[in-house]
Design a protein around this ligand. Sequence first.
Ligand SMILES: NC(=O)c1ccc[n+]([C@@H]2O[C@H](COP(=O)([O-])OP(=O)(O)OC[C@H]3O[C@@H](n4cnc5c(N)ncnc54)[C@H](OP(=O)(O)O)[C@@H]3O)[C@@H](O)[C@H]2O)c1
Length: 422
Amino acid sequence: MSGIATNRVGVRELRIGLLGCGMVGQAVVRALEASSGRLAEAGVGGKCVVALVRDPDRPRATSGVALTSDLETWHQHGVDVVVEALGGVEPARTLIARVLSSGIPVVTANKSLVAAHGLELQRLAAQRGTALYFEASVLAGVPCVNTLARRPLASGRGHWAGIVNGTSHFVSSQMAHGRGFEDALTEAVARGYAEPASDADISGRDAAEKLTILLHLAGHGDVTVDDFPRRGIGDLEPWHFALAGRLAGVLKPVVMADTAAGGGAWVGPAFVGQSHPFAQITGVTNILSVGRGEATVTFSGPGAGPDVTALTVLDDVVEAASGRAPCSLPSPEASVPVARHLRTPKAGAWFLAIDRVTSSAGELAEFLSGNHLPALALACEDQRFGVLTAPARHSTLRAAVEAIAASGVRATWWPVLEVPRG
Ligand SMILES: NC(=O)c1ccc[n+]([C@@H]2O[C@H](COP(=O)([O-])OP(=O)(O)OC[C@H]3O[C@@H](n4cnc5c(N)ncnc54)[C@H](OP(=O)(O)O)[C@@H]3O)[C@@H](O)[C@H]2O)c1
């Protein structure tokens, strides 16, 4: 970073190169202009000089930024810092590797890339005397990654729970008020919360990528996105929410992982009782808690959108310009393996939604007891039952649900989010 020009008042004038200039890239250009005063106070100024895009002729609000689809032209602009806002794994991985290899720091908000290749790219950066910054890849609107990464005792508390995807949280919050899935998703797209291609949000993949990065930061470099049991929100129906409500709870898209006490993980909807702190969080808001009981640390704030993401990206640009080290992902030698403990949901209470039952509540409770899954509470509406069960292992739950299915009745299950206790 020694070649960066410094102006008369000691502000380092950065030449920033963008890889990608869509929602986030354009928000970075806007925020750089709008926040120039604050950035100057931090000793950093500069402008986005060039952006690599697929279609340079597409209209976008980026006056003064050279747009090109030609990589060699992009490289010729000579930049001090690169902001990657392409999305996806390739070509982002190859392009970032080339930039890092030439000793230039990279800032990214790309969780797919960091979850799959963050460790290898950070190693490459260290070898070349530069760095990869990725605070905006997880809960971009709630900058907690650096805090956790620099606090090994906080991030080592082992019990992770969060609502980390704003789109699926908005959709499920709407469904809790009686709206259908498609209707709620259409509104999320119209409000700009969800992209038209929102498969990664709906399937839970986006949330699983964020959980992977958090566990890497906690020192568990062996974890991959596919290690977690995962279910999307696409099969939720309004009656599931109605029955959850009758049992004093709501269904919310969560991530959970326990690396300390017996293992277990889940990415997908969970029953959240009204007494749980997460029950009060609605809309696109994100929340993340680490630890248990009185030792729980909680972060909460706006779900990511391009504008909040751009601010976190620019904070990372300041970090890069200041030469501060990014949070580091563990080397394979230092990694503490936990992946094999995360491949099944943790034992606990379960919420069952059972459709078109002809038996009575008493008969259903007796059936569940006979299958080692006692019901603690039941609610019934239009021949549909919601059941909160006693704590049981996942294998016991599966066996009971298979027994229900064998009797010709459709049953769906979700875990109950454990209430943190002191
Ligand atoms: N959107 C958000 O609110 C948000 C929040 C947090 C994190 N993120 C992350 O930020 C990243 C960018 O998201 P986004 O919403 O800005 O995506 P986007 O709107 O789809 O923008 C992607 C940009 O990359 C360019 N691009 C894609 N593939 C390319 C290729 N092969 N060669 C050259 N250019 C290519 C596109 O060019 P064209 O414009 O010419 O098509 C576009 O400018 C993603 O990793 C996303 O997960 C997004």
